[in-house]
Design a protein around this ligand. Structure first.
Ligand code: C5P
Length: 307
């Protein structure tokens, strides 16, 4: 019998996050262009007498250890479908910022699902795994797939995208997270206040930018810098005004472009090359406008068994 299974899953940055109107089900239709980047969480699944979650890493104290954790929910969802008990210990080695807009919780959900599938020998098909991921959360299917992809619907309907090169990034990690629902609510409030309305009947369908998809396909960093866009950025900055200082510090520090990652508060800085990314990271740290910096690149592969 397998003693344990280790799965690694990547963080993401949204190079375009076009947000449509609020739907009757409380979600927003998206044109969400995901890029997986090389920061990872690792989930180790080991047989146990009951479902148990533990976490390690610098921010482990911020990881919920109950059944609200997407890793726990993934194990429960797979166990329920197979009619087996979810008796597993899931240990999360946390490296992705918590509640940071980089899909760390989603990465843990996708990783736990793959790990339990391998540990229990359930042999779920890719289609079934993606179905369970979509039930767990809008960003979870992308954590499984990785690379680059366009997410439609609430972000769960994925179309893989070709990428023609490697993109280099510096990330500024903020002190404390932001709640995703709160950022979407603030986006709706700002839209209402500006007189455009905020519902799906009042607003046009969100569309991916042809220039952005082209830049990804050709690996053109300069063109990608010009096309980066996040409709949640104004809402994240409205809830956390200090993010404007962080964005400015990275731009002054030499980044080609700056944007809030997803619902934030992590800020993402696109760099010309690895050296430029390191220089931007140093400028960000020196500015005192963030808690930590990370330098990495994308695309990175999706969740995979590594041990
Ligand atoms: O799908 P997930 O659980 O990650 O979504 C968390 C919350 O983010 C939702 O409850 C909703 O408030 C908001 N959301 C949204 N539209 C999306 C995705 C998420 O409004 N497309």
């Amino acid at each position: 019998m397998t003693a344990s299974v280790v799965v690694r899953a990547p963080a993401k940055v949204n190079v375009q996050l076009a947000v449509g109107g609020l739907r009757p089900d409380g979600f927003h239709d998206l044109a969400n262009v995901f890029l997986a980047v090389g920061l990872h969480d690792e989930v180790t699944a080991t047989p146990a007498d009951r479902l148990r979650i533990t976490a390690s890493g610098p921010d482990a104290d911020q990881v919920p250890l109950d059944e609200t954790n997407l890793a726990a929910r993934a194990a429960l969802a797979l166990a329920a479908r197979r009619g087996v008990p979810a008796d597993v210990h899931l240990h999360i080695a946390k490296d992705i910022p918590v509640a940071g807009g980089m899909a760390g919780g989603s990465a843990d959900g996708a990783a736990a699902l793959l790990a339990c599938d391998a540990l229990w020998g359930t042999g779920a098909s890719r289609t079934e795994l993606l179905e369970i991921c979509a039930e767990l959360g809008s960003d979870v299917p992308f954590s499984l797939v990785g690379g680059a992809a366009l997410g439609r619907g609430r972000g769960e309907l994925l179309e893989p995208l070709e990428t023609g090169g490697t993109f280099h990034w510096a990330f500024a990690v903020a002190d404390g997270g932001l709640s995703t629902p709160a950022v979407y609510r603030e986006c709706d409030r700002l839209r209402e206040a500006s007189g455009h309305g905020c519902t799906a009947v009042e607003l046009p369908d969100p569309q991916p930018s042809p220039a952005l998809l082209d830049a990804l396909r050709t690996g053109d960093t300069g063109a990608l810098a010009g096309a980066l866009a996040n409709d949640l950025q104004a809402a994240a900055v409205s809830l956390r005004p200090s993010l404007a200082d962080t964005l400015r510090a990275g731009s002054t520090g030499g980044a080609l472009a700056a944007l809030v990652s997803g619902s934030g508060p992590t800020c993402a800085f696109l760099a010309k090359d690895p050296e430029n990314a390191e220089a931007v990271a140093e400028a960000l740290l020196a500015s005192g406008t963030c808690r930590a910096v990370r330098v990495t690149s994308g695309p990175a592969p999706g969740a995979m068994v590594v041990g």
